[in-house]
Design a protein around this ligand. Structure first.
Ligand SMILES: C[S@@+](CC[C@H](N)C(=O)[O-])C[C@H]1O[C@@H](n2cnc3c(N)ncnc32)[C@H](O)[C@@H]1O
Length: 284
């Protein structure tokens, strides 16, 4: 008869592995060799962890993430909300920026020190929280444009739970329909005729280029604006990189390499995480 699997969380399994390694190092004993028994333990831990996770949590609509965040993240602590999103997103399909890119993107924001950021494509608010938590200026504000109401309402909830509601506004709108509101948002903070400091593109890939042109034509993107775009290598945004290429003399552009953010191991034809990049383009 099969012994019932003991529920060992992924974290506990990792702690045990670290404990074996660090104990060995501290006592100068040669590290124990990793054995197939350890493999079995790790596999069982992962399977048990997954089974207990799915027994407790389901995901059939965006708002299903809310009780998970409430359980595992502290109100008013944005980093804990992002960690809860990452843990939930490791088990269910999720289209968030992810920890690696959020760090890279956040470092760019810190260097720019923006007063206004406009984001197109907000999903459940992960990158919105990652943005607002990096604001250094009290007056800094983020305008999010997300066209699916069921995403936008969770994003609003998450931003409020993270304690960032006074810094972030989420519009339910297509990027192409929010140009006027984006212009008014920037001008209300920076004055008439000003452009946004940052435009972040993370929505439908085929809309990056046409929407960027709309924001340029309206003067929301102008000389000095930094446009940061996700997924420009994988899956790629048609025509976008050619348009912002430094050689075309509209923008000065560099790419920041990062792995594609969605863990898609549940897909039958999954072949590993592809390489991707964020592009950072300063309007000339
Ligand atoms: C990749 S997800 C965004 C992830 C988000 N930035 C984050 O890090 O959590 C793309 C989102 O863009 C939204 N979207 C797609 N096309 C859009 C458009 N034309 N205008 C506004 N939002 C759009 C989708 O509904 C989806 O929520």
């Amino acid at each position: 008869m099969r012994t019932p699997a003991r529920v060992v969380s992924r974290r506990e399994a990792c702690r045990r592995i670290v404990a074996v390694t660090t104990t060995s190092a501290a006592t100068s004993v040669a590290p124990r060799r990793w054995t197939t028994a350890d493999d079995d333990l790790a596999r069982a831990a992962a399977a048990d962890d997954a089974a207990s996770f799915y027994a407790e949590w389901s995901y059939s609509k965006p708002s299903d993430v809310v009780p998970y965040v409430e359980r595992f993240a502290a109100r008013g602590d944005p980093a804990s909300v992002l960690r809860a999103y990452d843990d939930f997103g490791a088990r269910f399909p999720s289209y968030k920026l992810g920890a690696e890119k959020a760090k890279l993107y956040g470092d760019e924001l810190a260097a720019i020190d923006p007063t206004t950021v406009i984001e197109i494509g907000t999903f459940l608010g992960y990158s919105a929280i990652a943005t607002a938590m990096r604001f250094a200026r009290d007056e800094a504000r983020l305008l999010c444009v997300e066209y699916e109401e069921r995403h936008a309402e969770v994003a609003r909830w998450a931003v409020e739970y993270a304690g960032l509601a006074d810094k972030v506004t989420v519009l339910t709108r297509a990027g192409s329909e929010a140009v006027g509101e984006a212009k008014a948002f920037v001008e209300s903070i920076k004055g008439v005729g000003a452009g946004t400091d940052v435009l972040f593109l993370d929505h439908a890939k085929e809309r990056y280029l046409p929407d960027l042109k709309l924001y340029e034509d309206a003067g929301v993107v102008r000389r000095g604006t930094t446009v940061i775009a996700d997924n420009v290598v994988y899956p790629g945004a048609p025509g976008y990189l050619e348009y912002v290429d430094t050689a075309a003399k509209r923008y000065e552009t560099r790419l920041i390499d990062a792995m594609f953010e969605y863990d898609q191991v549940w897909k039958k034809d999954w072949k590993g995480t592809p390489k991707d990049a964020l592009s950072v383009s300063v309007r000339l």
